[in-house]
Design a protein around this ligand. Sequence first.
Ligand SMILES: Cc1cc2nc3c(=O)[nH]c(=O)nc-3n(C[C@H](O)[C@H](O)[C@H](O)COP(=O)(O)O)c2cc1C
Length: 189
Amino acid sequence: MKKSPEILDIIKNRRNTKIFEDREIDNSQIEILLESAIWAPNHRNTEPWRFYVVGKGSSLRNKISEGIISLQESSSGNKLTQDQKDKIYDQIYSSPPLIFVYSLLGENDEITEENYGAVCCAIQNIQLTATEMGLGVGWSTGKICKISNLDEILKLKDQLKIVGVLSVGYPKSNSKKTRKDFKTITTWL
Ligand SMILES: Cc1cc2nc3c(=O)[nH]c(=O)nc-3n(C[C@H](O)[C@H](O)[C@H](O)COP(=O)(O)O)c2cc1C
């Protein structure tokens, strides 16, 4: 039987990372991830990915925390206590570098959808390259992406749709994952 290509091991070892070591990563490592991202397939060569990197020491972290606090307050209809707010500030302050990944809107829905697909491929490139470098990436479309004035905080330049925020660092632990056998979901005709 033919040996599986090495890339299959990288693909299988990639995990969505949520818990990171304290160890910092360099901007040069992030640059390698971004370099891998932009080689993703993209129909019509729209190169629709846009990246906004919020580093560890960025002052934008306070604004992001404030955004999450107002999001939580408006969705629950209750004011958060100072303790609850402090927890959010701490969590955002201590999180690893964040890469906000956006997709360019197209001139019609079809192009917008193709652009989104291409940006998802770019994120997969980032995740696989990170895995090979011993790094972990957490892809989230959660609260932080839903902050009402996120566009303003990040000073977006184009008409963009958020695809996710990636936390990047050295993984402390990863959960085990399984997949159904592809044979159960594949039809050969
Ligand atoms: C479009 C997209 C959005 C995601 N958003 C979140 C998220 O908001 N929070 C989260 O914990 N994981 C998120 N994930 C990661 C998935 O939960 C994760 O890929 C899944 O559990 C499978 O685990 P694995 O990636 O380690 O194989 C997202 C993944 C994708 C593709």
